[in-house]
Design a protein around this ligand. Structure first.
Ligand SMILES: Nc1ncnc2c1ncn2[C@@H]1O[C@H](COP(=O)(O)OP(=O)(O)OP(=O)(O)O)[C@@H](O)[C@H]1O
Ligand SMILES: [Mg+2]
Length: 242
């Protein structure tokens, strides 16, 4: 579903993403881990076609991201790290707006998303102003907005930051269901319990890959009891620095 080779993003002389090579398959939940500034968002934005790589190649579903940008746009949904829904619109109006952007009919899209809206407890708050929703609900609404056009590939950049543990679990239940239905999920997180839910993760440091693989296999390889320990070991940092 995603192929990158020698992906690089340079801001002036600073390399934010440095030679990242990825092969991500359909239905996979793939996690981006790394400290602040490691290059997760920059990589994700390039994979979404929002940021032009300085060099290297990206193919989405076997299509070159530059040559086939229009076609690819309809294949992916993106939930940005920064909350990007309109606060002064009702929840349902934000969904309508997204349906408009992706040029899909709103009513059938809403009908299709009904099970997720129910699962998320959003059905009853659709007429609430977005700014009045608690953080957890805003994040859920952002995810639903990214699904309006039923994309096979979904990017979630720190979707659970600022969300309580119970709501995070519910969020991950939905992520799992989406992957089981065949969608490919790319997710970044600072929560190491969430890293355990990913099929594979990449750990980035200073724009580079420092580890990549299945959480269980990585833990075994590094002799770590859990992802938190693995993460610290791989990055060679102390707890205090995180
Ligand atoms: N437009 C830009 N111009 C210059 N530098 C940038 C730009 N965007 C990002 N950077 C820098 O690139 C590096 C990687 O940033 P990025 O946002 O990708 O990190 P991240 O891993 O997503 O971090 P976080 O966990 O804080 O979200 C940082 O040092 C950041 O300051
Ligand atoms: Mg980021």
């Amino acid at each position: 579903m995603i192929h990158t080779s020698h992906l690089v993003k340079q801001f002036g002389s600073f390399k934010a993403v440095d030679e990242i090579n990825l092969e991500i398959g359909r239905g996979e939940i793939f996690g981006f881990l790394g400290a602040n500034g490691a290059g997760k968002t920059t990589t994700i934005r390039m994979l979404c076609g929002l940021l032009k790589p300085s060099s290297g190649e990206i193919r989405i579903d076997n299509l070159d991201i530059i040559k086939h940008s229009e076609q690819i746009k309809h294949k992916l949904g993106y939930m940005s790290q920064k909350f990007s829904l309109y606060p002064d619109l009702k929840a349902i109006e934000n969904l309508q707006f997204y349906a408009g952007i992706y040029r899909v009919s709103f009513e059938p899209a809403l009908k299709r998303l009904e099970p997720i809206l129910e699962q998320f407890g959003l059905s009853s708050i659709l007429k609430t102003l977005t700014q009045d929703l608690p953080m957890g609900y805003k994040q859920r609404l952002s995810l639903v907005a990214a699904l309006m056009h039923d994309p096979p590939l979904v990017f979630l950049d720190e979707p659970t930051s600022g969300v309580d543990p119970q709501a995070r679990r519910e969020f991950w239940q939905v992520i799992n269901d989406l992957a089981q239905s065949g969608k490919t999920i790319i997710v970044s997180t600072h929560f190491m319990d969430e890293a355990e839910y990913c099929h594979r993760v990449i750990i980035m440091q200073d724009g580079r890959e420092v580890a990549l693989g299945n959480p269980a296999e990585l833990k075994q390889e590094y002799g770590s009891a859990n992802m938190q320990e693995l993460f610290l070991k791989v990055l060679g940092v102390s707890d205090a620095k995180l």
